[in-house]
Write a new protein. Structure first.
Length: 393
């Protein structure tokens, strides 16, 4: 039986690697397309934002000569520079200035200066300039208040009744693991589906459409051997695809991390993704590959053609996207019942694994749920391969 399974396995692998579609789904998407689509916008936006922060932003003060002290503070700043424009209504939209600072009025006692900041939130340069102006106005206010208090002989401490600091219960390394785990879990599940579907659909519905499955059934090989051989080929692709995706994402991230190094000073990245965590992640990927391949095979074997199989499996993409949507709002300490939800439990386990707060109960719930669903999917797939009505219709 093992020899027959190996024969079917080699046949499916050889057939898959001969097709251009396999090379695209197995290599091009994980190694090139996904990392590019995910990290390139972040790289471009991050570089643009960093440039806007480092360079001096252009602001226009309207009207001028009302607050000389404020103007002096702006001119002495290396983060802002005053520019004059002819048409204030179109100045920001036409990029002649980054933002407008309106001095609307001065209170009757000349104590309060009423100002407005006009900017374009869709432009990084304009939004950054507005942030710089807000910081400068806060500094200006502090200087004016300190000067007034000094003139009255009042100690500034009299205006401070309480001083508060915030401390995050989740450590910095865990916060990085929190967000990193979301992306890793999403790409592992989606990568497994994409990798397995490329071969499972072709090995079941595709062979039906080409009328080659009937010829295969006449060979002196048991149907269970045929199913297991095709299943293991799908598992191979479902395992390789997310692994290659992780490699592609790692290579792409290596171009971004240097730009983020200043924001991550003192953080030990080796402790976030250690060798032990990598091994456990590979084990989770393998288990996920077994489950997803069985699920895909149970459905695809009942389709008449490639197109029909793709239609049957289309809702699966929605089921995967739903957990991704909610992952950002699920706290680090997760209720145990959430680990009973398929796909979401895998993402939560991977996130907890990287954060270092994965509990034994969560692991047990995930393993139990996955193995039960795996058994059900395999039985459903075996029932399809054992039915003449399903295979030959």
């Amino acid at each position: 039986m093992l020899k027959d399974i190996g024969l079917i396995y080699r046949k499916e692998m050889w057939t898959a690697f001969r097709e251009r579609r396999t090379l695209i789904f197995l290599f091009l998407f994980p190694l090139v397309v996904w990392p590019t689509l995910t990290l390139l916008p972040a790289l471009l936006f991050g570089g643009k934002e960093k440039k806007a922060v480092e360079e001096s932003s252009r602001i226009t003060l309207i009207p001028a000569n009302i607050a000389p002290q404020l103007e002096d503070l702006i001119e002495s700043s290396n983060r802002l520079r005053l520019v004059k424009v002819s048409d204030t209504k179109k100045a920001v939209s036409e990029k002649k200035t980054d933002c407008l600072l309106y001095i609307d009025s001065l209170s009757s006692d000349s104590m309060i200066l009423y100002t407005r900041i006009i900017y374009d939130a869709t432009r990084v340069e304009s939004k950054t300039a507005a942030n710089k102006v807000e910081l400068l106005l806060a500094k200006y206010e502090q200087e004016v208040v300190s000067q007034r208090l000094a003139e009255q002989g009042i100690d500034e401490k009299l205006l401070t009744a309480i001083s508060t600091s915030r401390e995050n219960l989740i450590k910095d390394t865990q916060m990085i693991g929190f967000y990193l785990g979301i992306f890793i879990g999403m790409f592992i599940v989606m990568g497994s589906i994409m990798g397995a579907s490329a071969i499972i659909i072709d090995a079941t519905a595709g062979e039906k459409e080409r009328k080659t499955l009937e010829l295969l059934l006449t060979a002196p090989i048991s149907r269970s051997s045929i199913m297991i051989g095709k299943y293991l080929a799908g598992v191979t692709f479902a395992f390789i695809s997310p692994v290659l995706t992780a490699i592609g994402m790692t290579v792409a991230a290596s171009f971004i991390l240097p730009s983020l190094a200043s924001k991550a000073v003192g953080i030990n990245f080796a402790s976030i993704i250690s060798f032990d965590k990598i091994l456990m992640t590979l084990a989770v990927i393998l288990l996920t590959a077994f489950f997803i391949t069985a699920f895909l095979m149970a459905i695809a074997v009942r389709a008449h053609s490639n197109r029909q199989a793709q239609t049957f499996l289309a809702p699966l993409n929605i089921l995967v996207v739903i957990p991704v949507i909610f992952m950002n709002i699920i706290p680090a300490i997760v209720p145990s019942w959430m680990f009973l939800i398929p796909f979401m439990n895998v993402m939560l386990v991977l996130r907890g694994l990287i954060m270092g707060n994965l509990s034994q109960v969560a692991t047990a719930y995930t393993l139990g749920t996955t193995f039960v669903l795996l058994f059900i999917a395999l039985r459903f797939a075996a029932k399809g391969f054992g039915s003449e009505k399903v295979l030959l219709r």
